[in-house]
Design a protein around this ligand. Structure first.
Ligand SMILES: NC(=O)C1=CN([C@@H]2O[C@H](COP(=O)(O)OP(=O)(O)OC[C@H]3O[C@@H](n4cnc5c(N)ncnc54)[C@H](OP(=O)(O)O)[C@@H]3O)[C@@H](O)[C@H]2O)C=CC1
Ligand SMILES: CC(C)(CO)C(=O)C(=O)O
Length: 323
């Protein structure tokens, strides 16, 4: 397939860059900060349950330096709070009708992208990976590192989706086109409501009751809003069996992408577009979402205070949520 430009070479973008490069695909990374320096000097190392992989690929600091081509395919792999700025950079760099694939959680990225670009696709990302050290990503999925559903936004599938699925499969990611890809992304959003819970409490804490309360609010909101959703883990037994979270020897998993943002001191988290999406929909459709509201506010507080994962006690959460 033609050149793939990966905007955001972190956990998801970095994993894709290494696996696609090793499969012979032309890749250009767009990265920043210490990660850009590390990628330029030593490439990216991917630690997986089955051993380490390493790849070098060209990297630039912004879309303006990418010399975008008419047939480039863009992978958006930044967290949602960085999407608008990334889209502006792409537009200023001359992006027009090239296909943009949102390899991101939440359901807002595609809508943001479609305001500026006509060919936008959603991707459901099943790929548990940590990015904490520049130059290194750790993947915990086995026997496959990750899997994807791909489809046009808001719905449908086209030749670009099929070409991408073939390319992802050739790189070792079980993938499928899906005409209703956003149904899947709403289902994935339910899973991601627990991101901030694990980040706040720390990964070892039993937070099942808390997460179930957040999901129940979201399901009530989806029902009132008439939003269809499907569970990405349940309705495809074959692919579910292909990806389990397992240990990587010598490494302790940090946790969700939200926990990693706190651990890295990244200065922002994605919660406004995960739990905050539920709050927004609740307000639009007259459904109370006190648990998701509370965690969205908590996330902002944790960022403000420079907190690390595990800074909050279960007792504080249970009191706040009345559990
Ligand atoms: N990590 C995971 O296990 C999973 C993540 N996801 C989703 O995938 C998406 C990406 O997450 P993830 O890979 O974890 O994120 P990361 O924070 O690991 O990687 C994103 C990278 O993009 C960089 N970046 C942001 N804006 C720009 C820009 N304009 N130009 C260049 N670089 C930029 C960030 O830099 P900086 O750090 O300086 O902000 C960071 O290095 C999110 O929506 C997430 O929810 C989905 C499934 C699993
Ligand atoms: C499902 C999970 C938690 C995998 O790590 C994820 O999507 C994320 O980290 O954002």
């Amino acid at each position: 397939m033609s050149r793939i430009v990966i905007l955001g070479v972190g956990a998801v973008g970095g994993t894709l860059a290494v696996k696609l490069t090793l499969a012979g695909q032309e890749v250009l990374g767009i990265a920043r900060g210490a990660q850009l320096e590390a990628l330029r000097s030593g490439g990216l190392t991917l630690l997986t349950p089955e051993g380490a992989l390493q790849a070098g690929f060209p990297c630039v600091a912004s879309p303006a330096e990418a010399q975008l081509r008419a047939d480039d395919v863009i992978f958006l792999c930044v967290k949602t709070q960085h999407t608008e700025a990334a889209l502006m950079q792409l537009r200023d760099a001359g992006l027009r009708d090239q296909h943009v694939f949102c390899f991101q959680n939440g359901v807002e990225n595609e809508r943001l992208a479609l305001r500026y670009f006509p060919n936008v696709h959603g991707v459901t990302v099943m790929l548990p990976a940590d990015f904490v050290q520049p130059g290194e990503v750790v993947c915990y999925g086995a026997p496959c590192i990750g899997s994807f559903d791909v489809g046009r936004y808001p719905s449908g599938c086209d030749a670009a989706d099929s070409a991408l699925v073939a390319c992802l499969e050739a790189a070792g990611f079980p993938s499928a086109t899906r005409a209703a890809v956003m149904d899947r992304k709403y289902g994935k959003l339910l899973m991601n409501l627990g991101n901030i819970v694990g980040a706040a409490l720390g990964e070892g804490v039993d937070s099942k009751t808390v997460v179930a309360a957040l999901k129940a609010e979201a399901e009530a909101v989806f029902a009132s809003a008439g939003i269809a959703w499907s569970d990405p883990a349940e309705d495809d037994d074959k692919r579910a069996a292909q990806l389990k979270i397992v240990e990587v020897p010598g490494v302790t998993r940090v946790g969700s992408s939200t926990a990693q943002s706190l651990a890295r001191g990244a200065g922002s988290v994605e919660t406004d577009y995960l739990n905050g999406e539920v709050s927004l929909l609740g307000r639009l459709h007259g459904v109370a979402t006190p648990g998701n509201d509370w965690f969205t506010a908590l996330a902002a507080r944790l960022v403000r205070e420079g907190a690390v994962p595990g800074a909050v006690t279960l007792a504080e959460v249970e009191t706040a949520l009345g559990l």
